[in-house]
Design a protein around this ligand. Structure first.
Ligand code: FES
Length: 307
């Protein structure tokens, strides 16, 4: 193999040795990426993950670069023109020589090619591990349920039940089902916003006439766009505002979205006063809370009838 770069002359003179070194690099690279996969499955620390991944990719890359630099034919290439009077037989002989020469090169590099393909294949598989793990556990039926159920007492963040005299018109409070209010037991989907509006002008969806006694209306706090907490309340306009992408929900009208990307109203929690004047849930939410998902059945908006 001719080498036009004097630094390559040594390697060019002993391609077998170069192939052995490249093969060794590929082997170390394969071991590195396989070790990375094992370390990821075993939840090894970050240093081990980084070290094995770096080592694997480095040696595979080094071997590949060395292959290109030291083993691939290097120019300039000159092909002698065959004599004009050459016979068909001569031309056939020349073609056969070229095929044979190329075949030897290809055959000799088959093992290296297989090793490289193995290394890259293993890397392709282990690269999918973080992606698969980032999908998290299967949600099961958790997307359909919250901890709100019939009779759940509405409490604030500190576990204090909400009494009918606690809030003025225009007030807003984040509430949870009793027992699920502290940070250890609370689920994001359980958060709800309780707002007191003028009951005389409250509009609600069909069939929800008794869901908001004395103007106490309660909606899921999880945005139906991408799940941010809808915690901002524009009191004058009586709109709940999502801070993420500015969806606005009309609290007087079944939390119907009047602006922004949210596709559905916030689910409403039906509430009532118990005999002691504390607010309780009549039932859970009548539809899954939060953003849409594939199995969610479509809910009609059932627009509004005055209470
Ligand atoms: Fe609420 Fe996007 S998450 S508007």
């Amino acid at each position: 193999m001719p080498a036009d770069d004097p630094h390559l002359a040594d390697a060019a003179s002993d391609p077998r040795r170069v192939e052995a070194i490249i093969g060794l690099c590929f082997l170390v690279g394969i071991a590195g990426v396989a070790a990375f996969g094992g370390a990821f499955v075993e939840d090894a620390n970050t240093q081990v993950l980084a070290g094995t991944l770096f080592g694997g990719l480095f040696f595979l890359g080094f071997g590949l670069a060395a292959w290109g630099k030291y083993l691939m034919p290097r120019g300039p290439f000159v092909e002698e023109r065959h004599p004009l009077e050459s016979s068909a037989r001569d031309r056939q002989a020349m073609a056969a020589a070229i095929v044979e020469r190329t075949g030897i090169v290809v055959k000799r590099r088959k093992l290296l090619g297989a090793m490289l393909a193995t290394g890259l294949g293993i890397f392709g598989v282990v690269a999918a591990f973080p992606l698969l793990r980032s999908l998290g556990p299967k949600p099961g039926s958790s997307l359909f349920k919250t901890n709100w159920k019939k009779g759940s007492l509405l409490v604030d963040l500190y576990g204090k039940p909400v009494h009918r005299t606690d809030m003025q018109v225009g007030g807003l409070l984040t509430v949870f089902p009793q027992g699920k209010e502290n940070t250890l037991t609370a689920q994001a989907v359980d958060q709800a916003v309780l707002i007191r509006v003028q009951s005389t002008t409250l509009v609600t969806m069909k069939g929800r006439g008794d869901w908001a006694p004395d103007g106490y209306v309660c909606y899921s706090k999880v945005c139906t766009h991408l799940g941010c907490p809808v915690g901002l309340y524009e009191q004058l306009l009586e709109l709940l505002v999502c801070p993420c992408h500015q969806s606005m929900f009309n609290v007087r009208d079944g939390a119907f979205p009047v602006f922004g990307p949210a596709p559905r109203p916030l689910p409403q929690l039906p509430v009532y006063f118990d005999s002691n004047g504390f607010l309780r849930a009549r039932d859970g939410f009548d539809q899954p809370v939060g953003p849409g998902f594939w199995e969610r059945t479509t809910q009609g908006n059932g627009r509004a009838s005055a209470t």
